[in-house]
Write a new protein. Structure first.
Lengths: 544, 544
């Protein structure tokens, strides 16, 4: 009825659990795979490649049952071995028996690799592809063939590369996937080669599998789509061997939001799933136990952040002219960074984002701006420390309850030989805190002075203790400003609430690193207490 | 004579110090800018855009003298204000007076922004561009014009966008730079629009300035080059506002190594500088106090890493068929093939660079290789700490005199109210050192624990005291590895000898930050003592 009906369908094939698992330092457990599979279904990809049954116990266990509800659950594996029949190849048997909807075979399509890596003939390899595809179809499964090294193979021997793709297509493969296995092919080459291939195999039977070795996996994938392929393979957050695979987290918004693609193609991702993408990307990084890339396209915390003061006021007048897409469409937010170049409009936008209602004409805004600039000139960096900024703003606006009052602290680090002659280093901290007229004193040992202080500070905060039990310090960065002795030290601390998963950053500045660290630690605790007590605790005294 | 003579020149314009400074969380000091400028000269870019004189005190100070030897030192700023004459615009005056070789003006080329952001007329804006360019040329400077929002502007009003570019060209701008300010333009659009612009302005007067908001800044830059532009703007490691600028660290190897570009273009980067690129990229990240991206194209630690699997044996047979470029060309390493032999040749090259003569067959090399690998696996980063590596090498090779022996240290930091009610923080350190059977004990106060330790350590080193009087700690960086509590802390210290001006880096690793700092401090002192006593002092005892 609408233009929807005339759009071509473009399919997304996710290989996070297979090619993504090749990433240096990544090692998925069965539980990880199950959780990631759910995340992929939440996104709405058409295919989930789950792994290589038979290659390791995890992947075999993962294919003991079908793990997807909507996406085609896909097993990866090699084509039939040379010199064996289909019925006499145990590897192929495992693939056919796996509880999958589809099989994605990897097949050599560069004659050099056929000879060197497989040690077989070009003809045997073609025959292996044909018989393997037929076996999958016979087993009632959809067959896909990843033509490994397709582009390099095509450059070396176009006829043979093409013959591999054609035999797969003619044997009944639903998809023939052109792989840039080494990742060195450039977009214009992809476009040229796909254009030639499409003379032999229809585009709605062709896929693209790109790697990021020249930082162009996304561009290569889109070049292939423009040249006619209708399946795109990639991974969440661009995970993958070496420099990663094509990043679905970047591709999906471009396909959904840029008219060139959105007007021509329909993909399986709903608008609601698109609006969930920033969250999915961050959750996935949490699963991988790594900090999300702040600068990631579309989903990074800085993807819609503006620093420059002159831009900020124009940005607020009409965000569309300064943003290539609307941040909310991908579940992200506009951020106007508060820095020493900031004007009042930056400040207002930031306060609004933090949910702090202030009238535009409120005189305390001028005071806040003055304090921010003054503190930044002494080394504070509020744009990197949201939570400290929020605290500062609330303090200037007279809103922060005085949960506790630090009376003093002391920390000692000693390196010496112990009684049995071992060289040891001991760190011990004492913190004295006053809460509602009670004096609480805690002592703790730690791995270092900051760790000892952190533990001592959070050991007994009286009535607030239950609220901070899930607090954890996850990162700690130190920078010396101005250089040299007597310089100022800036400490940035990243904290996490293990209950909610929320992360926040606090900053401390002092000529003394321990002092600076302690400021950031205290800010982190107070920030969490504010989050947890919003509307519940009555301020004891406003610190203005 | 050769094909070299027939190649077209392609220019690289670096904006790390200007657009890169817009990155969320980045805040360059004058010293940072000077150091980064040296790094950029090491790479060999044609233009270094140093900042915006007049916008802030750092940039103004940076332009008080010419900071480059080879590259064109470029100041960034706005064109003449509407309603003012060239001679009566203080901002323009600052630009013309800055000690730069070139001026890069930013000019609006989207009529909407002319109206909304500048509040002027289309004609006034054109006139401002023309007069500003002429003023630069008259002042004996090369003029460049960044046409802001060019691609979005072109889509909205092609005639006006083109008119802005043309007026800049006709007024004598050496380069008219087409900017994708919001970063949302796609490669095929860049190609189409550049192809049209080039009908009016020759390609060797056009540049491209791309942002990474769809993960295609590199692809957009290359698409523009293919369409005819001959200047590419970008930043080291892709630094820049939001998702970053076009990454020169990815672009340079592609332009130098991929035949499509290498056969057609000559760029100012030598093969030796290309082979230094991985190192430059990592040093820059160290300056920014952030972990290098392991998955970065070309220069990432994993860029040529293959996880053992089906590829491994074939890779060993012929790496070329599994790598899109030879890792050594960009100064990187193949990770699967790190055989002891390959590692040993790296080590030998490094020792030779440091002037340590060792025979290729020396068995202690195997021991050194083992120790380096073991220590790097626990967090040491010798790549960034030359002096500590030299000490380690000399120790394993049995060459370091034992100048002194640390018996113990103790440091205390206390925050409390003093007798007159002021909140103070006191840091005090005690260091016990044995030198030639004499026990020396020193105590010192400092701005913080590390400063106190540093002062106490260098207060009395007996006979060596005169040799270390010019030693100064100039920078101190801390990184937490693996994240979380109980994680390992790596400290990098930069020291300077104020007598000779020499700078060196040392590293310490420990779960305790004070311990790690102390290791790096001691390494720094010992390194200086070795430099000063070479051939003068007889080793007391070799530590093997």
């Amino acid at each position: 009825m609408t233009s929807q009906a005339t759009k071509e369908r473009l399919y997304l094939f996710d290989t996070t659990l297979r090619d993504g698992a090749q990433t240096n330092g990544i090692d998925f457990s069965l539980e990880d795979k199950i959780a990631i599979c759910e995340l992929l279904e939440r996104v709405g990809v058409d295919y989930v490649e789950g792994g290589y049954p038979g290659a390791n116990p995890t992947d075999s266990a993962f294919f003991e049952k079908k793990r997807t509800k909507k996406a085609a659950f896909t097993a990866f594996g090699m084509t039939k071995r040379a010199g064996r029949s289909v019925s006499n190849d145990p590897g192929l048997r495992l693939l056919l028996d796996a509880k999958s909807d589809a099989i994605c075979y990897v097949a050599k399509s560069w004659d050099y690799h056929v000879k060197v890596a497989l040690g077989t003939t070009n003809e045997e390899n073609l025959e292996g592809i044909r018989q393997s595809v037929e076996a999958a179809v016979e087993a009632g499964k959809e067959a896909l063939v990843d033509c490994e090294h397709f582009f390099d193979g095509y450059k070396a021997n176009p006829d043979y590369a093409l013959a591999c793709a054609k035999v797969a297509y003619e044997a009944g493969a639903r998809w023939v996937v052109l792989c840039d296995t080494n990742g060195g092919t450039l977009p214009h080459e992809v476009e040229e080669i796909v254009t030639t291939v499409i003379e032999h195999i229809p585009g709605d039977r062709l896929g693209i599998h790109a790697h990021n070795d020249t930082e162009q996996a996304v561009a290569n994938s889109l070049a292939a789509v423009r040249a006619g392929v209708r399946q795109v393979q990639g991974t969440l957050n661009g995970l993958g061997e070496r420099c990663g695979n094509a990043n679905l987290t970047s591709l999906i918004p471009t396909l959904k939001l840029k008219p060139e693609y959105a007007d021509r193609f329909e993909i399986g991702i709903t608008d609601a799933a698109l609006a969930d993408l920033t969250n999915v990307s961050h959750v996935f990084d949490e699963m991988l136990n790594r900090a999300p890339d702040r600068h990631a396209p579309y989903v990074g915390a800085s993807a819609f952040a503006t620093k420059a003061g002159i831009h900020a006021s124009a940005l607020l007048k009409d965000p569309k002219t300064y943003e290539h897409v609307e941040p909310a469409t991908v579940g992200n937010k506009r951020r106007v960074l508060v820095s020493d170049q900031a004007g009042k409009s930056n400040l207002l936008a930031e306060l609004e984002r933090l949910g702090i209602a202030v009238d535009k004409g409120d005189r305390r805004l001028d005071e806040l701006l003055r304090v921010v600039k003054e503190r930044e000139s002494t080394g504070y960096a509020y744009e990197a420390a949201d939570a400290s900024f929020e605290l500062l703003a609330r303090r200037v606006l007279g809103e922060v309850p005085k949960f506790f009052d630090i009376k003093s602290f002391r920390v000692m680090v000693e390196r010496r030989f112990n009684a049995i002659g071992e060289l040891i280093t001991v760190s011990e901290a004492v913190v004295k805190v006053e809460i509602e007229d009670r004096m609480l004193m805690s002592v703790a040992e730690g791995n270092g002075p900051v760790n000892a202080l952190d533990i001592a500070l959070r050991k007994d905060l009286g009535p607030y203790q239950p609220l901070i039990e899930d607090l954890e310090l996850v990162d700690y960065k130190v920078r010396i400003l101005n250089g040299g002795t007597g310089a100022v030290t800036r400490v940035l601390i990243e904290s996490r609430d293990n209950g909610t998963g929320e992360r926040w950053f606090t900053v401390g500045v002092s000529s003394n690193i321990v002092d600076a660290s302690f400021q950031a630690l205290v800010d982190s605790v107070v920030y969490l207490l504010i989050q947890k007590t919003r509307g519940e605790v009555r301020p004891i005294a406003a610190t203005a």
